[in-house]
Design a protein around this ligand. Structure first.
Ligand SMILES: [Zn+2]
Length: 562
């Protein structure tokens, strides 16, 4: 790495748990927040902003429990506002809550745009300076490290540069060691950001760390962060996966990857960058938000291609087609299987899974024909890696199914709202594609308790089992597991984690069909399977059964889908 002196280290400051959780639909429990904290600490960010202890009891509880975590790298910060206009600091409940949080770093937000001082705070410009100075001095006197977030700084700087700088100076004079230029409404563009950061660097004493905090309303939050660091910022704030209100905060993961891989800076402890992808996905799970496949660096599609012409070349020389080596951020190159792609794509995908179809051209041709036929019927193997692998293994004759289906029957009982049927325990809790969800437990009204009976042949023996669940798919899943449990106890580690239903338009005059994608997981990996039928239960069964087949295959032999 570069020989950057320690005081030039770019401090990474994560605000997922405060600003990031303003995102619509994102709600962390205290337990979730503690788990996110541990993930970010393990990744090696420098500062984790845990919340606003003065704003709600949940955050106060978080700070009490966060103090007991085994911190490895990061320092905890608490966020709050400066004192109220015309009042003292000693009886300010917000400042008291910050002190009670015991967080070693306190981040105070204050106004730096004159318009907001007079219109929103309804006080004088001088009183605002005093509020900043008094509040920072109060916390520094109590032994805390003070960071000052200058709200709407870029707009304030444009409106009245001298006043915006005077606010920063007031914080510095009172003892803040870091002043953060916040683009609170997210409208700034990189050229202006670089200029303002340089001006602020020049105007403040050399030992003061200048930081930045961007929102993505102009789709420039990451770009603004990168140019700000180039212009001298040494503290950069962002949120995991770009979570945040409106268009989100700057994606801290893309900032870190960009600065480490492209600017030669070291932000995380050595070798931790490779944990970026798993950290991003784990936080998405805790946030209960589907990971964004197109997210730079860490998304499942970030290094994926279905360009058939290029597939075989990519398999040989991934570096010729990727902007960075995906392994550096813990991601991997993927070849997507698509009817558009043709033979080289299918062969490359099989090779990625450890199946050498090139050695057997007749088998390769059969697999390709089968993929084309199924994709024409509505199957999608682009994400359903596990179904593709099972298809190839079936065609090659190397797959011995651990069970075969004789038949199943599903009863759906719909009870009126308030009939009190117990709920819960369902394995799928994630928001689906917005289409009808046969098995999701979040059915909007009343109870929908289903019962499924499956008849299987397992190792030559007929097995019958009954399962109950919230919706027909959950019931089928339960029955299938019950039927297999005696012979396959390893299935207890395989969970159904996501279920998506899509109604496909009829093609070439045929009826509409339903495509179901099921994602299953064991402690080491996730895999996706697909089912298609004109009936949702049949499509779901197919995807479920493939998911279980694949889980059993993983348990008995090494397979490569992750
Ligand atoms: Zn913000």
């Amino acid at each position: 790495m570069t020989g950057m002196p320690a005081h030039e280290h770019v401090e990474t400051y994560d605000t997922t748990l405060r600003d990031g959780s303003q995102q619509v639909g994102l709600q962390f429990t205290v337990a979730d927040k503690l788990r996110v904290t541990r993930l970010l600490d393990d990744l090696g960010v420098d500062v984790i902003e845990g919340g606003w202890p003065g704003s709600n009891p949940k955050d106060a509880e978080y700070f009490a429990r966060a103090a007991e975590l085994p911190w490895r790298h990061a320092t905890l910060a608490a966020f709050g506002a400066t004192r109220r206009p015309g009042r003292g600091v000693d009886d300010d409940p917000n400042l008291n809550a910050l002190l009670d949080s015991k967080a070693p770093i306190v981040t105070l937000v204050g106004k730096s745009w004159d318009l907001h001082v007079t219109e929103a705070l309804r006080t004088t410009l001088d009183e605002n300076l005093a509020m900043v100075a008094d509040s920072v001095a109060h916390l520094v006197a109590a032994g805390r490290r003070a960071t000052f977030d200058a709200e709407h700084f870029f707009d304030g700087h444009a409106a009245d540069q001298a006043y915006a700088l005077a606010v920063l100076q007031a914080a510095v004079d009172a003892g803040a060691d870091t002043v953060v230029l916040c683009d609170t409404n997210g409208g700034s563009l990189p050229t202006g950001v670089a200029r303002v950061v340089r001006e602020v660097r020049g105007a403040l004493p050399a030992g003061i760390r200048v930081g930045v905090h961007f929102h993505d309303d102009s789709a420039c939050a990451v770009a603004n962060s990168l140019v700000a660091v180039e212009a001298g910022a040494r503290h950069v704030q962002g949120a995991a996966n770009g979570y945040g209100e409106r268009c989100g905060n700057a994606d801290l993961f893309a900032i870190v990857a960009g600065l480490e891989l492209k600017a030669g800076l070291q932000l995380l402890p050595a070798d931790r960058l490779a944990a970026l992808t798993t950290t991003a996905h784990a936080i998405a799970e805790l946030a209960n938000l589907p990971p964004d496949h197109r997210q730079p660096y860490v998304g499942a599609a970030a290094f994926a291609t279905k360009a058939g012409l290029h597939a075989s070349a990519i398999a040989r020389r991934a570096d010729a087609y990727s902007h960075v080596d995906p392994g550096r951020v813990g991601n991997k190159a993927r070849v997507l299987v698509s009817e558009l792609a043709g033979r080289s794509n299918v062969l490359a995908k099989a090779g990625e899974l450890g199946l050498d179809l090139e050695a057997d051209p007749a088998l390769g041709a059969r697999v390709l024909d089968r993929v084309k036929e199924l994709e024409h019927r509505g199957y999608a193997f682009e994400v359903a890696d596990a179904s593709f692998e099972l298809l190839a293994r079936r065609e090659s004759g190397s797959f011995q199914p651990p069970f075969t289906l004789e038949g199943y029957r599903v009863l759906v009982e719909r009870k009126a709202e308030g009939s009190g049927e117990p709920r819960g325990g369902a394995p799928v809790g994630r928001e689906g594609s917005g289409e009808p969800q046969g098995g999701a437990p979040d059915d909007r009204d009343g109870s929908d308790l289903s019962e499924a009976t499956v008849r299987l042949v397992v190792d030559g023996e007929r097995v019958l089992a009954v399962g109950e669940g919230v919706g027909p798919v959950h019931a089928l899943d339960q029955a299938l597991r019950r039927a297999l449990a005696p012979r396959h106890p390893e299935l207890k580690d395989v969970q159904l984690v996501d279920f998506k239903v899509r109604i496909l338009d009829g093609r070439a005059g045929t009826r509409a069909v339903t495509r179901v994608l099921v994602t299953s997981a064991d402690p080491d990996a996730e895999w996706t399977t697909v089912g298609v039928s004109d009936d949702i239960v049949t499509a779901s069964w197919e995807a479920l059964a493939d998911g279980i087949h694949y889980g059993l295959l993983r348990a008995t032999q090494p397979v490569r889908v992750a």
